[in-house]
Design a protein around this ligand. Sequence first.
Ligand code: ADP
Length: 357
Amino acid sequence: MRVFRWLPREVVATVLGVFIISLRLAFTGVPDGEMPFALVWLGVLVAAWVGGFGPATVASAVGLAIGQYILVSGGKSGIGFTGLAFYALFSLILIVPAEIYHRMKRRRQADQRLLADMTERLNRTGRLNAMGELAGALAHELNQPLTAIANYAGAAQYLVRNNPAAAEDVAGLLDKIVGQIDRSRGIIGGVRRRLAGDDLQLAPESLSAMFEEAAEIALSPSAREPVSVRYAFDRDADRVMVDRIQIQQVMVNLVRNAAEAMAGSPQRELRIGSALTAEGLVECYVADRGPGVSSTMREKLFQPFATDKAEGMGVGLAMSRTIVEAHGGRISADPNPVGGAIFRFFLQPAQASAGGS
Ligand code: ADP
C-alpha cells in the first residue's frame, strides 16, 4: 500500500498486471490448447481492480501479444478473428465491473471532499456573519441615542435663537454638533449597508440543490433523534439570483432551528419546498412539527440576541433576515396548521433579476 503514495496507482496496476502475464514466458515448453492465456486473465483482473480501465486494457493487450507469440513460436496458428472477439469480450467482462467500482469510489471521494469544503466555507461565513450581526446590532443601538442627541441639540438651537441674550457663538457650535451627529449617522448607516451585503456575489443558482446541500450540512446523519425530510420544490421556480454561500447560511439556520425545535417531539418530520407567488417571487419554506414559536419569542423572533435556548446566541434569525433583505427579499414565521412552525423567505427569481442592478 505504501508504494501507492509515491507511484500513481495506475502505474502500479499496469506493472503488476503485465508482470503476472509475463510469468507465462517463464513457462517454456510447447503450448497446449488455451494455456498461453492462462495467466492473462489473472493479470487483467489484478490490473482492473487495482487501477481500473486503463491499466487493465494495457495488461490485456500485452497478454494478447504474449499469448500470440507463444502460440506462433510453438508452431501453432494465432487465435484468429473469432478468438480475438472472444478474447476482447472476456476482457471487457473482467474489466467493466472493476471500472464501475473505481468510478463510484472516485465520485464518493469527490462528494466527500466537496461536502467538507462546503461545511468549512459555511462555518467561516457563519462566524463572519455573526460578527457582522453583532456590529449591525451595535449600529442599530447607537442610532437611537444619536437621534435623541440630534433632537435635543435641535431644541437647544431653537431656544438659543429665540433668546436674544444667547450668544451667536453657541448657535454656531450647536450647528456643528448637529452636523457631526448627522455625519456619525451617515457613517454608521454605511457600515450597516456594507454588513448587510454590499459585497454579495450574486449568480443564478438552483434553489433545490442549495437546500438539499444545506439540509445535509445542518442535519447530522448520526444524530440521536434523526429527522425525516420531505422535499416539495416547484421545478419551474428553481433558479434564483443569490449569493449561494449567504443564502445557504439562511437555509442551514432554519433547518438547524427546526431540528432543534423537534428534539423530543414524537413526529420529527421536516417539509422543505418552494413555490412561485402571485407577485412573481420564489417562496421558500421550512415547516417543522415542533412546539411552534413560543409566545415570548413571537414579537422579537428576528431581533439580534433574542433566544430562549440555554446555549443560544440569538443571532441566527437576525442574521438570516439581514441576508434575505440584502437580497431584496423578506422572511417571516407562521404557525404550522398541523402543529409546529413554518419559516418562509422570499427571493427574486433568476430571470427577473438578471437584467436588474
Ligand atoms: P438561537 O438558535 O441561537 O436561539 P435564532 O436567532 O436562530 O437563535 O433563534 C431565535 C429563537 O427563535 C430561538 O431561541 C427559538 O426560541 C426561536 N425559534 C427559531 N426557530 C424556531 C422553530 N423552528 N420553532 C420554534 N421556535 C423557533
